[in-house]
Each structure stands twice: as C-alpha cells, then as structure tokens.
Ligand binder design. Structure first.
Ligand code: 6R9
Length: 637
C-alpha cells in the first residue's frame, strides 16, 4: 500500500498547507477518498465554533475497523499488524497479522454482543498493555459501541467517577497487569469501583497475571469462557456496524483546570482520516516500517498512534507491556534491536530518565534500523533533544517534536520527518489543515513575527473533539469561550521569524507530570478530603525527570508529631482518590495561604516559592496578609 496523500518534499508540504487553508473541503475530500466508505459524504465540513458544532463528512457511512482491518486483510493478510513485547523479556512475544487481528476482533465483537452490548453503549476498558486491549478497543468500534479506556494507574474512585459520568454498563478488564516488577491487581480495583456503580451489568475478565480474583455470579465472566462459547456457536466473521461519520467512536477522560475530568468525545470519520494522515506524514511512514510508540493505550497517544492511525494506514505497530527501566535501562534498545524498529515515538520524560543511566545501557545494541524518532506529551528541553539525537538517532534520524492534545485527536504542530526540518525544543510548523494563531490576553490575534501569546486554532481539523460527554456546555465554556470563534488550547507558545512554533507549556491550572495531565484543582480536592486538612494549594515546579513535579501547600489541623507520617497519610489519600500518578512530590505545611482580599489564592507567589525563590515576589500589596508569604518562604528553607 502506498499513500496518495503522502507528502514527499518541502514544496509538497507548502502546497498542501496552502490548499488546506484555501480549500479545506476539497483538500480533505481528496485525502478521504483513500479510505473505505459504505457511503460517501454529502458535505465535507459544516461548522461553527459558537455552539460549537463541527461535522466532517456528514452523511457518510463507514466503520473504522473496516479501514483498520478488512481492507488490509484483503490486500496483505499476512502482514504483521501488532507485534507485542511482553513485560518479561523471557516470555514469548506475539505477532498478530492483519488476518489474525481481524479474526480476534470479530470473535471479541461476538463476545460483546452475546453479553448484551449494543451500538451506542459505553464500554469501559481497564487493562494492561496486552494485545487484548487493542482487540477490545477495535471490537467495540466494530459493533458501534463507544469505548472509554481508563489508564491502569487510576484508582477505584477515579474509575467510579468515570463510569458514572459515561453511564458505562459494561467493563472489560484483566485479572492483573505486569509492569516491571509490579503486578497491578486490575480486577480488584474494578471491584472496589463497582461498589459505587450498581448499574454495571457485565465485567468481562481477561487472564494475564492469574492473580486470584473475585468473580461475582451474574455479573463477572471470563473472556476465555466467552470466547469458547463463540467458537462453539460457530461464530467467526462479525459484520461491521454501519456507522454515521459523526457517531461517537470513543470517550477519553482528561484533566482540566476544574476539579472533575472531562470525557472528550471523538467521532468516527474525521478521527480516522486525520490520525492516518498525520501518522503517515509526520513519521514519513513507509510500507513495512515497524512503528514503536511507547505510550500506554490509556492515553490519547496510544489511541491515535498505537491503534487507530497505524492500523488505518496498514502499518505494523509494536505494543510494549513493560517499562523502559526493567529488567534494566536498556529495555527500549533491546526491543529496537530485536524487532528492527524503524520509528520510535516516546516522551521527553522517558528520555530524561534514561539519560540518567548514562551510555552504558546502550552498549552493544544495534540501533541502526531506526529512521525516525519522535517525542510527545510535554516540551522537550534541548539537553534531552541532543541526547536523543546523538545517542539514539546517531545524528542520522530526524526527531519529530509533535504537539497535540487529547482534544485534538491527532498531532497538530510538528516537523515532518525528512520533509520539514526539526529545531531542538521547537514543534515547528502546523500540519496541513491546522491554522494556529497566537492571541494576547484580550483575545486579539497577534500578527507578525516573532510573537508570543496564547495558542488558539482558528478553524476545525477533522479530529477535533466534538463535545465533552453529557455536557456540551462544558465543552463550549472550556475550549470555545475564552477567545470567541477560536479553539483555545490552554497552552502558551512563541513563534519565530519563520513562523515556527515553540510550545512553552500550560497557561491554565493544568500540570504536566511525566507527560500526564493533572489538574491542580483535582489534586487539591483529593488532599482536602483528608481528615485534618483545612485548605490546600497545589502548584507545579520544575522537576529534572518528570518535567513538572507537584508541590502542595497544606494548612493542617492537629499535625502529628512526626510530620512525615502525616505526609505519608495524605499521599495515601491522594492515591486512593485519584491514583498514584497524582501524588505530590513535596508537601509543605503552612499556617496560611497568600490570598487576595477577594479570597483568591495567589498561585503566582506559590509557584515562585516552589521554584526555590525566597524573595522578589513582585507586587504583594493586594494580599490580605503579606506576612504569610515571608512565613511560607522561610518555612521552605
Ligand atoms: C498528546 C498529549 C496535552 C498537553 C498539551 C501540552 C503538552 C503535548 C507537546 C506538549 C510541548 C509537545 N504537550 N505535546 N508540549 N511540546 N510536543 O500529550 O495529550 O495528554 O492531552 O496533553 O501536553 O501542554 O496541552 P494530553
């Protein structure tokens, strides 16, 4: 398979970009003709950002899995679709060809149907990184059910919140998950979550760790048993449900600046076209290339660039169950050598953590198969970029610095491998179809270069979020009201004289910890639930490996003699309420918080203190009690 929409030169990029802005409908229609449709669209694009209302390829009928599976089975049934590397390098790896994957997705789709799942139903998937996770995702899409994958690091409470918000009545999980030396008891976490979710009708449990699990009669079933039933019934192929272009494909929860995570909704057609298009062009994917994205499918990166984008493009995608540092810090390089990986897509936090082990773990590994490197999730610092370039790419591999978000569905600003040049720590240029603008605090577009401001996007691209589940007004308020007529990303950015973008980070109260989005309000709410906590304020601070760490200032009544004990207790509460990923790195007990007369916490000052500043707090005259700043700054020493 070759791609008629593949960009092969800078000139072609320029031409594609120009056309995508001048004639977006014609541009995307041309790309979309490369996919398999049951019926083509009546209208390519219909939109207004006021409601917001965005519809791509309206009137078209399709099923994304026919594009990810059936058409490749027809052309290249034996091509590897998924290569799976287990946590333990001693365990056998698995290779699923397109035909194998097709068969497994069809069987799983029958299991879902036999268990009552229907088109439009929400299915929560809480699994480790095993092929059955990708299979479950595709099986939902096959029958038109809406999947909502929850990352394995979230707590029972977080899962319960999401299940309730999505009204998900079906769950697919595993007994447990292997990650490095840990066995994570997934089913047991689900059991805890379900105490608060009596509406859940069925839990399908896949075996992986074979840790003992409780199976509730009438609710819980083993996947193996269900697959046997399907086999006995002689059910093989499962015809794909004919979906409307704008039917929801999945919900993925993400953190914002308010307390409760939002269910970002993506729809079928636009998401499919955009993830395949961006996958092929940003990575300069060539048929036969092995693509290794190290993300977890619990995040958007895994959805778009482990599952849907690569499979829609007929690529070979590598799924890794484990962590980069187990059994030792050479694990990624072992995998690259073992499978002759061509494209490696990872996060700056992983690069920085591996940098810390020095060059020894690289010794003896053949990385010569690598052609393209990528990063995502947070700004990459120059030191990490240089290390990645010199030691992994050996100076020969373009590094694509891909900026995008859960809400954008696919990469929006990035250099394109072998097409447009990379600049260390710059995401560089927008993809065709993407119109970024920088705005000042009044919402006025800043024209001319160079410039710096808040990053917005002027017009829709096919994979833009359509709504936040169950609350369209929240979607409007969060993304389309700050700067009317534009999608607001929540990020700040700079633009150089040539029009390249550098993302400087979030301008809202969202932290980016090891590439994971965490809302400060969410962490504060969790801390405040702990007995004894009177009030808390959470800010980010620069962290060598995580990018940002979490710093919590807490007013506590009746502190234990050993403050550290109380700290541990609070961490335990945060773990229970959100998950271990949200645990603060530092907790400082204080007697007051810097507040304005109107009662707003001045986070600017707390951020400075968290960064290590002990004076120069700027204007503190609006504070109710300026002395509190001094006390906190001194207390930190
Ligand atoms: C794909 C993903 C989105 C936030 C985003 C921004 C940060 C992502 C980046 C980057 C600088 C990059 N971000 N990629 N910042 N350079 N290449 O990560 O989605 O989890 O929703 O996070 O991550 O701040 O707003 P998500």
């Amino acid at each position: 398979m070759s791609y008629s929409y593949q960009i092969n030169s800078k000139e072609q990029y320029d031409a594609a970009y120009q056309r995508s802005v001048e004639a977006p409908e014609a541009f995307w229609a041309e790309v979309a003709h490369n996919f398999q449709w049951r019926r083509k669209w009546d209208k390519v694009l219909d939109w207004n950002f006021a409601e917001p209302h965005v519809a791509w390829f309206a009137g078209a009928k399709l099923n994304i899995t026919e594009n990810c599976l059936d058409r490749h089975v027809a052309e290249n049934p034996n091509r590897p679709a998924i290569i799976w590397e287990p946590n333990d390098p001693e365990e056998h790896h698995r290779v699923l060809t397109y035909k194998n994957l097709y068969d497994k997705v069809c069987q799983f789709a029958h299991v879902l149907k036999n268990n009552g799942v229907k088109r439009g139903d929400r299915v929560c998937i809480y699994m480790g990184m095993i092929p059955e996770l990708a299979i479950a995702v595709l099986a939902c899409a096959r029958i038109g059910a809406i999947h909502s994958v929850i990352f394995g690091g979230f707590s029972a409470q977080s899962i319960a919140d999401r299940l309730q918000d999505a009204r998900a009545e079906y769950i697919v999980t595993c007994d447990g998950a292997f990650r490095g030396t840990k066995d994570i008891p997934l089913k047991s976490v689900i059991d805890d979550a379900l105490i608060a979710c009596p509406f859940v009708k069925r839990v399908i449990v896949c075996t992986r760790t074979r840790t003992p699990v409780s199976m509730i009669k009438g609710r819980d079933v083993w996947l193996e048993d269900e697959l046997k039933k399907v086999e006995t019934l002689g059910l093989t192929d499962c015809p794909a449900e004919e979906m409307d272009a704008e039917d929801p494909l999945f919900i993925l929860y993400t953190s914002g600046s308010t307390g409760k995570p939002k269910g970002v909704v993506h729809s079928c057609a636009g998401y499919m076209v955009y993830t395949a298009y961006s996958f092929v062009n940003v990575f300069n994917y060539q048929p036969g290339d092995i693509h290794f994205c190290t993300a977890d499918i619990g995040w958007i990166t895994g959805h778009s660039y482990i599952v849907y984008g690569p499979l829609a493009a007929g690529a070979t995608t590598l799924m890794f169950e484990g962590v980069p540092t187990w059994p030792d810090a050479s694990r990624f390089w072992q995998i690259v050598e073992k499978y002759k990986v061509n494209i490696l897509y990872t996060a700056p936090t992983a690069i920085r953590s591996l940098m810390g082990f020095g060059l020894q773990p690289l010794q003896g590994y053949d990385l010569s198969s690598l052609k393209v490197l990528g990063t995502v999730g947070e700004p990459i610092n120059e030191e990490a970029w240089n290390w990645y370039n010199e030691n992994i790419g050996k100076g020969n591999c373009p590094i694509v610095d891909t900026w995008w978000q859960t809400e954008t569905g696919g990469m929006l600003i990035s250099n394109m491998a072998n097409i447009t040049p990379g600049i260390p720590a710059w995401a560089t240029l927008p993809l065709p179809g993407v119109q970024p603008v920088l705005v000042d605090e009044h919402g006025t577009e800043i024209e001319g270069n160079p410039a710096a401001g808040n990053l917005c996007i002027k017009a829709p691209w096919p994979a833009i979020l359509r709504t936040t589940y169950g609350d369209h007004e929240r979607c409007r308020k969060t993304y389309f009201s700050t700067y009317p007529g534009m999608y607001f990303t929540g990020d700040g950015a700079m633009r150089d004289a040539q029009g390249n973008y550098r993302i400087t980070g979030r301008v809202d109260d969202v932290l980016n910890v090891s590439g994971h989005r965490i809302g400060t309000a969410e962490v504060e709410n969790a801390i405040n639930m702990h007995a004894g906590v009177v009030e808390s304020a959470v800010v980010g601070f620069p962290h060598d490996i995580k990018g940002q760490g979490i710093y919590a200032f807490i007013i506590f009544q009746g502190l234990h003699e050993d403050e550290n004990l109380t700290r541990q207790d609070i961490l335990q509460t945060v773990s229970r309420i959100i998950g271990p990923i949200a645990k603060p790195d530092k907790i400082q007990f204080v007697t007051g918080l810097p507040k304005t007369r109107s009662g707003k916490i001045m986070r600017r000052i707390l951020r400075k203190i968290a960064e290590g500043e002990t004076s120069n707090f700027g204007d503190t005259t609006t504070l109710l009690d300026p002395a509190v700043v001094e006390e906190i700054a001194v207390g930190k020493l």
